[in-house]
Design a protein around this ligand. Structure first.
Ligand code: 5RP
Length: 223
Protein backbone atom coordinates (compact mmCIF):
# COMPACT_ATOMS: atom_id res chain seq x y z
CA UNK A 1 0.00 0.00 0.00
CA UNK A 2 1.18 3.53 -0.66
CA UNK A 3 1.45 6.09 2.13
CA UNK A 4 -1.55 7.87 0.61
CA UNK A 5 -3.63 4.68 0.78
CA UNK A 6 -2.61 4.18 4.43
CA UNK A 7 -3.77 7.72 5.18
CA UNK A 8 -7.12 6.99 3.52
CA UNK A 9 -7.46 3.82 5.58
CA UNK A 10 -6.93 5.54 8.94
CA UNK A 11 -9.03 8.54 7.91
CA UNK A 12 -11.94 6.21 7.30
CA UNK A 13 -11.26 4.17 10.46
CA UNK A 14 -11.55 7.33 12.58
CA UNK A 15 -15.27 7.56 11.75
CA UNK A 16 -15.82 4.89 14.41
CA UNK A 17 -14.95 7.50 17.06
CA UNK A 18 -17.45 10.09 15.83
CA UNK A 19 -20.54 10.22 18.04
CA UNK A 20 -23.79 10.77 16.12
CA UNK A 21 -25.27 14.21 16.82
CA UNK A 22 -21.99 15.59 18.13
CA UNK A 23 -19.63 18.38 17.10
CA UNK A 24 -16.30 16.87 16.06
CA UNK A 25 -12.86 18.40 16.68
CA UNK A 26 -10.93 18.34 13.40
CA UNK A 27 -7.16 18.70 12.97
CA UNK A 28 -5.06 19.68 9.97
CA UNK A 29 -2.95 17.95 7.35
CA UNK A 30 -3.02 15.42 4.54
CA UNK A 31 -4.16 12.56 6.80
CA UNK A 32 -6.93 14.67 8.31
CA UNK A 33 -8.02 15.64 4.79
CA UNK A 34 -8.80 11.93 4.26
CA UNK A 35 -10.81 11.97 7.48
CA UNK A 36 -12.72 15.09 6.41
CA UNK A 37 -13.56 13.46 3.08
CA UNK A 38 -14.86 10.37 4.92
CA UNK A 39 -16.77 12.55 7.42
CA UNK A 40 -18.66 14.14 4.53
CA UNK A 41 -20.35 10.77 4.04
CA UNK A 42 -21.98 11.11 7.47
CA UNK A 43 -22.47 14.90 7.54
CA UNK A 44 -26.22 14.53 8.13
CA UNK A 45 -25.52 12.53 11.31
CA UNK A 46 -23.31 15.15 13.02
CA UNK A 47 -24.01 18.67 14.24
CA UNK A 48 -20.77 19.97 12.74
CA UNK A 49 -17.10 20.50 13.51
CA UNK A 50 -14.65 22.75 15.31
CA UNK A 51 -11.65 23.23 13.06
CA UNK A 52 -7.97 23.79 13.85
CA UNK A 53 -7.03 25.78 10.74
CA UNK A 54 -8.35 27.92 7.94
CA UNK A 55 -7.36 25.12 5.53
CA UNK A 56 -9.47 22.49 7.33
CA UNK A 57 -12.33 24.97 7.72
CA UNK A 58 -12.37 25.57 3.97
CA UNK A 59 -12.39 21.83 3.24
CA UNK A 60 -15.13 21.11 5.78
CA UNK A 61 -17.33 23.90 4.49
CA UNK A 62 -16.78 22.94 0.85
CA UNK A 63 -18.13 19.50 1.73
CA UNK A 64 -21.19 20.98 3.46
CA UNK A 65 -20.10 20.43 7.07
CA UNK A 66 -21.01 23.27 9.45
CA UNK A 67 -18.01 24.75 11.25
CA UNK A 68 -18.48 26.18 14.75
CA UNK A 69 -16.13 28.63 16.40
CA UNK A 70 -14.29 27.04 19.34
CA UNK A 71 -15.83 29.66 21.63
CA UNK A 72 -19.35 28.47 20.77
CA UNK A 73 -18.73 25.01 22.21
CA UNK A 74 -17.82 24.02 25.78
CA UNK A 75 -16.42 20.55 25.28
CA UNK A 76 -15.91 18.20 22.37
CA UNK A 77 -16.23 14.43 22.70
CA UNK A 78 -13.42 13.72 20.28
CA UNK A 79 -10.58 15.42 18.42
CA UNK A 80 -9.18 13.70 15.34
CA UNK A 81 -5.75 14.78 14.07
CA UNK A 82 -2.55 13.54 12.50
CA UNK A 83 1.01 13.76 13.80
CA UNK A 84 4.53 14.21 12.49
CA UNK A 85 5.82 11.74 15.09
CA UNK A 86 4.12 9.68 17.79
CA UNK A 87 5.88 7.55 20.39
CA UNK A 88 4.74 4.46 22.27
CA UNK A 89 3.27 6.58 25.10
CA UNK A 90 1.11 8.71 22.78
CA UNK A 91 3.36 11.78 22.97
CA UNK A 92 3.62 13.57 19.64
CA UNK A 93 5.40 16.15 17.56
CA UNK A 94 2.93 18.22 15.57
CA UNK A 95 2.94 21.41 13.55
CA UNK A 96 4.41 20.29 10.24
CA UNK A 97 1.40 22.03 8.72
CA UNK A 98 1.93 25.15 10.90
CA UNK A 99 -1.41 24.69 12.68
CA UNK A 100 -0.01 23.58 16.05
CA UNK A 101 -1.46 26.38 18.19
CA UNK A 102 -5.07 25.90 17.15
CA UNK A 103 -4.55 22.14 17.17
CA UNK A 104 -3.46 22.27 20.81
CA UNK A 105 -6.39 24.53 21.69
CA UNK A 106 -8.99 22.22 20.13
CA UNK A 107 -7.26 19.14 21.59
CA UNK A 108 -7.43 20.72 25.06
CA UNK A 109 -11.15 21.25 24.58
CA UNK A 110 -11.75 17.58 23.74
CA UNK A 111 -12.27 14.57 25.99
CA UNK A 112 -10.46 12.17 23.65
CA UNK A 113 -7.60 12.70 21.17
CA UNK A 114 -7.58 10.17 18.35
CA UNK A 115 -4.36 10.37 16.36
CA UNK A 116 -4.46 9.04 12.80
CA UNK A 117 -1.12 8.25 11.19
CA UNK A 118 0.64 5.92 8.84
CA UNK A 119 3.24 3.66 10.41
CA UNK A 120 6.17 5.87 9.32
CA UNK A 121 5.17 8.28 12.12
CA UNK A 122 5.71 5.83 14.98
CA UNK A 123 9.05 6.44 16.73
CA UNK A 124 10.86 5.29 19.83
CA UNK A 125 12.06 8.77 20.81
CA UNK A 126 10.69 12.10 19.58
CA UNK A 127 13.01 14.53 17.83
CA UNK A 128 14.11 13.21 14.43
CA UNK A 129 11.34 15.36 12.92
CA UNK A 130 12.22 19.06 13.44
CA UNK A 131 10.15 20.41 16.34
CA UNK A 132 7.90 23.27 15.15
CA UNK A 133 7.59 26.18 17.57
CA UNK A 134 5.22 29.07 16.88
CA UNK A 135 6.81 32.30 18.06
CA UNK A 136 6.19 36.04 18.23
CA UNK A 137 8.49 37.38 15.47
CA UNK A 138 10.50 39.80 17.68
CA UNK A 139 11.54 36.89 19.94
CA UNK A 140 13.01 34.62 17.23
CA UNK A 141 16.66 35.63 17.84
CA UNK A 142 16.62 34.96 21.56
CA UNK A 143 14.57 31.76 21.26
CA UNK A 144 17.01 30.50 18.61
CA UNK A 145 19.85 31.06 21.10
CA UNK A 146 17.89 29.33 23.88
CA UNK A 147 17.48 26.25 21.67
CA UNK A 148 21.20 26.38 20.80
CA UNK A 149 21.94 26.13 24.53
CA UNK A 150 19.95 22.85 24.52
CA UNK A 151 21.89 21.56 21.48
CA UNK A 152 19.17 22.43 18.96
CA UNK A 153 19.36 24.36 15.72
CA UNK A 154 16.33 26.55 15.03
CA UNK A 155 15.50 27.60 11.48
CA UNK A 156 12.84 30.12 10.54
CA UNK A 157 10.23 28.42 8.35
CA UNK A 158 9.90 30.09 4.96
CA UNK A 159 7.15 30.03 2.37
CA UNK A 160 7.84 31.33 -1.14
CA UNK A 161 11.13 32.77 0.14
CA UNK A 162 9.65 34.83 2.98
CA UNK A 163 8.87 33.90 6.61
CA UNK A 164 5.72 31.81 6.80
CA UNK A 165 2.91 33.59 8.64
CA UNK A 166 0.59 31.32 10.62
CA UNK A 167 -3.20 31.60 10.90
CA UNK A 168 -2.43 33.55 14.10
CA UNK A 169 -0.09 36.04 12.39
CA UNK A 170 3.09 34.58 13.92
CA UNK A 171 6.23 32.77 12.70
CA UNK A 172 7.45 29.17 13.02
CA UNK A 173 10.90 27.97 14.07
CA UNK A 174 11.75 24.36 13.15
CA UNK A 175 14.25 22.93 15.60
CA UNK A 176 16.56 20.07 14.66
CA UNK A 177 19.14 18.18 16.73
CA UNK A 178 16.94 17.51 19.76
CA UNK A 179 16.32 14.12 21.31
CA UNK A 180 13.26 14.53 23.49
CA UNK A 181 13.46 11.92 26.19
CA UNK A 182 11.20 13.80 28.63
CA UNK A 183 8.33 15.23 26.51
CA UNK A 184 6.41 16.64 29.51
CA UNK A 185 9.52 18.35 30.89
CA UNK A 186 10.51 19.69 27.48
CA UNK A 187 7.06 21.11 26.78
CA UNK A 188 6.93 22.75 30.23
CA UNK A 189 10.39 24.24 29.82
CA UNK A 190 9.90 25.74 26.35
CA UNK A 191 6.43 27.03 27.25
CA UNK A 192 8.09 29.29 29.84
CA UNK A 193 10.22 31.16 27.30
CA UNK A 194 8.86 34.64 26.55
CA UNK A 195 7.68 34.89 22.95
CA UNK A 196 6.85 31.19 22.55
CA UNK A 197 3.23 30.88 21.48
CA UNK A 198 3.13 27.08 21.24
CA UNK A 199 5.70 24.33 21.19
CA UNK A 200 4.90 21.45 18.84
CA UNK A 201 5.48 18.76 21.44
CA UNK A 202 2.07 17.45 22.48
CA UNK A 203 2.77 15.86 25.83
CA UNK A 204 0.10 17.46 28.01
CA UNK A 205 -2.34 17.04 25.09
CA UNK A 206 -1.12 13.60 24.10
CA UNK A 207 -3.11 11.07 22.13
CA UNK A 208 -5.53 8.72 23.92
CA UNK A 209 -5.77 6.48 20.89
CA UNK A 210 -3.64 6.08 17.77
CA UNK A 211 -5.02 4.47 14.62
CA UNK A 212 -1.85 3.45 12.84
CA UNK A 213 -2.05 2.48 9.19
CA UNK A 214 0.13 -0.42 8.13
CA UNK A 215 -0.01 -2.70 5.07
CA UNK A 216 -1.71 -5.36 7.21
CA UNK A 217 -4.51 -2.95 8.21
CA UNK A 218 -5.24 -0.47 10.97
CA UNK A 219 -3.55 -1.08 14.30
CA UNK A 220 -5.23 0.53 17.33
CA UNK A 221 -2.88 1.73 20.07
CA UNK A 222 -4.39 2.84 23.39
CA UNK A 223 -2.41 5.02 25.80
C1 5RP B 1 -0.31 20.13 11.11
C2 5RP B 1 -0.01 18.86 11.83
C3 5RP B 1 -0.27 17.60 11.11
O1 5RP B 1 -1.11 16.81 11.88
C4 5RP B 1 1.03 16.88 10.89
O2 5RP B 1 1.93 17.76 10.22
C5 5RP B 1 0.83 15.62 10.06
O3 5RP B 1 0.46 15.97 8.77
P1 5RP B 1 0.21 14.91 7.63
O4 5RP B 1 -1.02 14.16 7.99
O5 5RP B 1 0.06 15.74 6.38
O6 5RP B 1 1.42 14.00 7.56
O7 5RP B 1 0.43 18.84 12.96
O8 5RP B 1 0.10 21.26 11.83
Amino acid sequence: MTQDELKTLVGQAALLYVEPGSIVGVGTGSTVNKFIDALAGMKDQIAGAVSSSTASTARLQALGIKVFDATEVDELAVYIDGADEIDHAGYMIKGGGAALTREKIVAAQSRKFVCIADESKLVKTLGAFPVPVEVIPMATGRITRQFAALGGVAALRLKDGVPLVTDNGQHILDVTGLKIIDPLGFESQVNQWPGVVTVGVFAFQKADVCLLGAPGGVKTMLF
